[in-house]
Design a protein around this ligand. Sequence first.
Ligand SMILES: Cc1cc2nc3c(=O)[nH]c(=O)nc-3n(C[C@H](O)[C@H](O)[C@H](O)COP(=O)(O)O)c2cc1C
Length: 222
Amino acid sequence: MSDRVAQDLASRRQEYETAGLDIADVDADPMVQWKRWYAEASAADCTEPHAFVLATIDADGWPQSRYLLVRGADDRGFTFFTNYESAKSEQLAASGRASMLFTWLQLHRQVRVVGEVERLPDTESDDYFASRPRDSQIGAWSSPQSQPIPDREWLEQRVAQMSATFGDGIITRPTFWGGWLLRPNLYEFWQGRPSRLHDRIRYVPVGSETASDGWQLSRLAP
Ligand SMILES: Cc1cc2nc3c(=O)[nH]c(=O)nc-3n(C[C@H](O)[C@H](O)[C@H](O)COP(=O)(O)O)c2cc1C
């Protein structure tokens, strides 16, 4: 690391002046609260407000993380789409667990979500795939996600081959591509405040892991 970068990283400080967060103000349902923050992030023109970091654990116990885009948020939880043969999908299938982290830095906010994961029903994946732009559909067919490939040209040739194969016809969803659903069993809403005295509100299910009896809220020390 150059001296200038090291100095910048060590000395960079920003005071967070945005409004605070209190148990009295948040919704009793964390999904409602998440939607409220998502709407505010969209309205504030945060970059890709639907982006989140998906954290998984690999077969050797190493944490792995990468950005994805959330495509649905409803009473069940959050949905996202990817290649079912990718590294992340293997990790999701093996552990059945994951964490999602949403970060809206312009608002000094993050939301951590932890839960169990399962594949979306095929019909939901079909519907979403059908709604995607044609180039993205061809991209899904062309890319053996997470596998080593010889070079960029190899990929471009695959795309050309797939385009020729499909012609002008309807492109159906490949069985190796589809959606995942994360059913949350923990949420944490974090709001940056001045002097590092940030607000943190955690939601855990009352009684059981399913949240059918509602959520218990706690304030955590920053
Ligand atoms: C902002 C952003 C959004 C992304 N969205 C997706 C997505 O929705 N689905 C996906 O498969 N990969 C997405 N990616 C690429 C992933 O980060 C990752 O490189 C890819 O899925 C392979 O991950 P894996 O090898 O851990 O399975 C996105 C990357 C960025 C930076």
